[in-house]
Design a protein around this ligand. Structure first.
Ligand code: SF4
Ligand code: SF4
Length: 439
């Protein structure tokens, strides 16, 4: 009865006889195209129990089996068994998935759903129209791979804003990014070690203040911080959108860029989840050892300990903070308590739990542009849930979620500040320092 704890009664129909596997008609060849595809071993892990269904955002909204994890795996299995083809119907099943990995998190059989979906997406790429393939190539293989092109795109955004599609205009934050973080920042006091910061692409262009706050907080807590200039995009968006070969190339370059650090720290949940899986993506000892040195920023601060700020970020008064759990932190990295523990160290901070907080906000990388209807419904639900907490600040540690939540709150007429949790800690340190100077 793998997957159910001692004394836990499994739901009706969830237990299969030992050795049972769902297989198709024997003798038919798989209909996968050449290249990456979900493996038979991964597909065999699903016992079709359905326990994941109530946790899947697309199933909850549609009630359709084809929009559920079990339905998507059944579709993959049909292709693997030679009973179906990789066609437009198959592509639609796969495209509607958010890759939020809620199903993977709750699955008693530990189905590696994220890995299977990434490979299934490689299969559907050739089905896309020539225009769709060109746009994806331009965005994922040209713009994101070259920092200067992305930077140029960000600089041109204010001019291009009136011509952008309305939803893109709503999502993209305004304002300039300010200075990049320094190549090396020495710690305050004796060094505990060297941390290499994954600056990210979207995070570095549109949320640079979060990166600068990260460096200040790490240095204050005794870490030498390096931000290697030859690092490249982590490859998460490419992997999630059918471009695994590009993702592997980027991962190999980052392996070399971050070779010299004791720890590799990532302040963006989506990037962190992906970088932690370089071992799985590339295979081999070097990549596996690299992945073991990667930490999410809030996980790292909680693990290593941080100085408790002597003052809160909002004067003497309390500050109510709604903590947003990004799927790629909560589900893919199983990070829940660590950021809350760090935020609780800040005087005056009161954490508000968001109702249904484990449900995806609908950002999901490029999903909010590619699947606007489903994304909007999830965004509205998330904004309403956050607003119900009566918080004044939202703490979000993933740039995609931050954009989506900020847009959702704006659309709902709510004025909440959306910050990375490390910015709150940084503000508290600054407030404490200012107070000490005044004395
Ligand atoms: S993915 Fe896991 S939880 Fe969902 S149906 Fe398959 S075995 Fe059950
Ligand atoms: S990754 Fe998310 S959207 Fe996709 S099947 Fe799993 S729970 Fe559903």
């Amino acid at each position: 009865m793998a997957g159910f704890g001692e004394g836990v009664e499994p739901p009706l129909g969830a237990v299969m006889p030992e050795g049972t596997r769902f297989i198709g008609p024997v003798g038919l060849a798989a209909n996968w195209r050449p290249g990456d595809a979900p493996s038979d071993d991964d597909l065999a892990t699903c016992v079709a129990c359905g326990l994941c269904l109530p946790h899947c955002p697309t199933y909850r909204l549609t009630g359709e089996e084809s929009a559920s994890p079990r339905g998507r795996i059944a579709a993959m299995r049909a292709v693997a068994d030679g009973r179906a083809n990789v066609d437009a119907t198959f592509a639609r099943f796969m495209d509607l998935c958010l890759e939020c990995r809620a199903c993977e998190d709750v699955c008693p059989s530990h189905v590696p759903f994220g890995r299977m979906m990434e490979r299934a997406r490689v299969q559907i790429e050739p089905l896309r129209t020539r225009r769709a393939r060109f746009v994806r190539w331009l965005g994922l293989s040209v713009v994101l791979r070259r920092r200067w092109v992305l930077s140029l795109g960000r600089r041109l955004t204010p001019l291009a804003r009136p011509f952008l599609r309305k939803r893109v205009r709503t999502l993209v934050p305004g304002g300039g990014p300010g200075r990049r973080v320094a190549r090396t920042t020495e710690p305050e006091g004796p060094a505990k070690g060297t941390v290499a910061l994954v600056t990210g692409c979207v995070q570095d262009q549109w949320y640079r203040p979060a990166n600068r706050a990260t460096v200040r907080v790490l240095a204050r807590n005794g870490w030498r911080v390096i931000a290697p200039r030859h690092q490249v995009c982590c490859g998460a968006l490419q992997a999630h959108n059918g471009r695994l070969s590009t993702a592997r190339k980027l991962a190999r370059r980052n392996l070399a860029a971050f070779r010299d650090a004791d720890w590799v720290v990532v302040a963006a949940a989506g990037c962190g989840a992906h970088v932690k899986e370089y071992g799985d993506l590339l295979g081999g000892e070097e990549a596996t050892a690299f992945s073991a040195r990667v930490r999410d920023l809030m996980e790292f601060l909680d693990e290593q300990g941080v100085e408790r700020p002597g003052h809160g970020p909002a004067g003497e008064g309390p500050i109510r903070v709604a903590y947003h759990d990004a799927c790629h932190a909560l589900r893919a990295q199983r990070i829940k308590e660590q950021p809350r523990a760090v935020l609780r160290l800040i005087p005056g901070v009161e954490i508000a739990e968001v109702p249904d907080g484990d449900r995806c906000c609908g950002a999901a990388g490029l999903y909010n542009v590619l699947e606007p209807d489903m994304s909007d419904r999830l965004m509205e639900q998330k904004a309403a849930s956050i607003a119900s907490t009566e918080a004044t600040i939202v703490a979000s540690a993933n740039p995609g979620c931050t954009m989506q939540i900020a847009a959702g709150l704006r659309n709902a007429g709510r004025r909440l500040e959306v910050l990375h949790p490390v910015e709150l800690l940084d503000r508290a340190y600054a407030a404490a320092d200012a107070r000490a100077d005044d004395r």
